[in-house]
Ligand binder design. Structure first.
Ligand code: NAD
Length: 491
């Protein structure tokens, strides 16, 4: 299997229970830390996607997958076990293909989401699929009422490259546990992280043919077929806000359910009674992690104006010390970004900060000591306000912009002055004051004084242009369910 060799073997598509070559040939997958081609992934064309959607449709319509909870729970646990049994190969793949720092693979980059599959299986096992509302007499007709929850049907899952296992599994786990069938279309930058799921499912699980299909492709248009095809009932998408808009608009013709997890530009608010140095160090550390390629990372550090210079210095002291490094080293926090295109895009934002009158307190470009790999120095930008391009737009790199506030109301105003609403952090010496501020933020997740909101049973998602719906937790499971009201005439 490709993950065992990381280079010489070809990944395959997984369609209708069979591992097969792509009709468009293959495309390379690249190590972002070294720029070396690791190997190739199967390149699907529209005919492959058509076959995958057809297989998922048949598996939903013609088998008892959607009603056999026991089988579903067993299959999900088998997939989890297979991933655990191959965890070291998966770790090597994740570090090489994603450029994920090794230390993150024992958390959200690999082992965390594998462990979280238990939550999906447990939820399906214990879920109350029907609710008895008892007898009533609407319109004078004595009626026994039941509400049933059941699977939506065929789900198209479209995912990005930054945390591929986390995002693939946070869709596959609940969608399948809820009784849907699925076609997974991963990002072209990280095809192997998804392709291995096809191999593990084929070789180590009892998933019936067609229930899960994995379609890797270098062509975004192949994934877009999931949004337009009338046989797909729901698209579950994670990626950029602009692509999310395209998915929503493409899905409109068939009025399919569209679930969106999109971009962010989250704020880290430091109130005037907080430990300023500690808060700024934490903010800088978070912004540099995985080279800033996390949608919920707090990339705007909002600090009291009277202590602005001190805050910039504290953030730069931490961030400047986090040199971009080999993701394979256990001490690396900040590895490469995924591609030359992303690196150049980030550099464009850094250049815009200078044009807008900002300055770099540390970083500002490519590290002088690395001529291979897609690295960017962790960078602190000072001297700009919240209207600047780097404060309004998602950069998706290790870049922190420090902004001054004039008190609590102003801090809230700045945090909410964004098209996004994914996440936020509040730091204060007073928990109640911090909680009051947290309640005013228009975001889907909030960290108060260092609390961690990421876990299998917590819903994750955004307000405003950061998305529609919630992933993970019970809310994330129920996104994949329809609701049926059944009324039986009672005697
Ligand atoms: P992207 O939007 O470019 O691509 C995401 C996926 O969509 C890929 O699989 C891509 O092939 C596919 N795609 C592209 N065009 C499409 C189209 N027209 N129709 C259907 N599919 C299409 O995003 P990316 O660059 O891979 O990932 C980075 C972005 O993802 C960032 O904006 C980040 O904030 C966001 N993200 C959000 C979350 C979240 O949960 N909110 C999590 C991770 C990443």
């Amino acid at each position: 299997m490709c993950m065992a060799l990381l280079g010489s073997a070809e990944s395959r598509l997984f369609i209708d229970g069979t591992l097969s070559a792509g009709h468009a040939g293959t495309f390379p997958t690249v190590n972002p830390a070294t720029e070396e081609v690791l190997g190739v992934a199967a390149d699907a064309d529209a005919a492959d996607m058509d076959a995958a959607i057809g297989a998922a449709r048949r598996a939903f319509d013609d088998t008892d997958w959607s009603t056999d909870v026991e089988l579903r729970v067993r299959c999900i646990r088998q997939l989890q076990q297979a991933m655990r049994d191959h965890v070291e190969e998966l770790r090597a793949l994740t570090i090489a293909e994603v450029g994920a720092p090794r230390m993150l693979t024992s958390a959200a980059q690999l082992e965390g989401p594998v462990a979280d599959l238990s939550f999906c299986a447990d939820t399906a096992e214990n879920y109350q699929w029907t609710t008895d509302l008892g007898i009533a007499s609407p319109m004078g007709m004595k009626t026994h009422r039941t509400v049933a929850r059941e699977a939506i049907g065929v789900v198209g899952a479209i995912t990005p490259w930054n945390f591929p296992h986390q995002i693939n599994l946070a869709k596959i786990g609940p969608a399948l546990a809820a009784g849907n069938t699925l076609v997974l279309k991963p990002a072209p930058d990280t095809p192997w992280a998804a392709a291995v799921l096809g191999e593990l499912i084929a070789e180590h699980t009892e998933f019936p043919a067609g229930v899960v299909n994995v379609v890797t492709s270098s062509d975004h248009g192949v994934g877009a077929l999931l949004s337009t095809d009338p046989r797909v009932d729901m698209v579950s998408f994670t990626g950029s806000t602009s692509t999310g808009r395209a998915v929503m608009s493409d899905g409109a013709a068939t009025l399919k359910k569209v679930f969106l997890e999109l971009g962010g530009k989250s704020a880290f608010l430091v109130l005037d009674d907080a430990d300023l140095a500690g808060a700024c160090a934490m903010s800088a550390f978070t912004a540099a992690m995985h080279a800033g390629q996390g949608c919920a990372i707090t990339t705007r550090l909002v600090v009291p104006r009277a202590r602005y210079d001190e805050a910039v210095e504290a953030a730069a002291a931490t961030m400047g010390g986090l040199k971009p490094g080999d993701p394979n080293d256990s001490g690396t926090i900040c590895g490469p970004v995924i591609s030359a295109r992303q690196r150049d895009r980030i550099q464009g934002y850094l250049d815009s900060a200078i044009v807008d009158g900002g300055r770099f307190a540390c970083g500002g470009g490519r590290p002088a000591d690395r001529d291979r790999g897609f690295f960017i120095e962790p960078t602190v930008i000072a001297g700009l306000d919240n209207d600047a391009k780097v404060a309004q737009e998602e950069i998706f790199g290790p870049v922190l912009t420090v902004i001054a506030h004039d008190g609590d109301d102003d801090a809230v105003r700045i945090a909410n002055d964004s098209p996004y609403g994914l996440s936020g952090t509040v730091f204060s010496g007073d928990d109640e004051r911090a909680a009051r501020i947290a309640a005013r933020l228009r975001v889907g997740t909030v960290n108060v004084n260092g609390g961690v909101w990421y876990s299998a049973d917590m819903p994750f998602g955004g307000y405003k242009q950061s998305g529609i719906g919630r992933e993970m937790g019970l809310a994330g499971f129920e996104e994949y369910l329809e609701t049926k009201a059944i009324a039986t005439l009672a005697n």
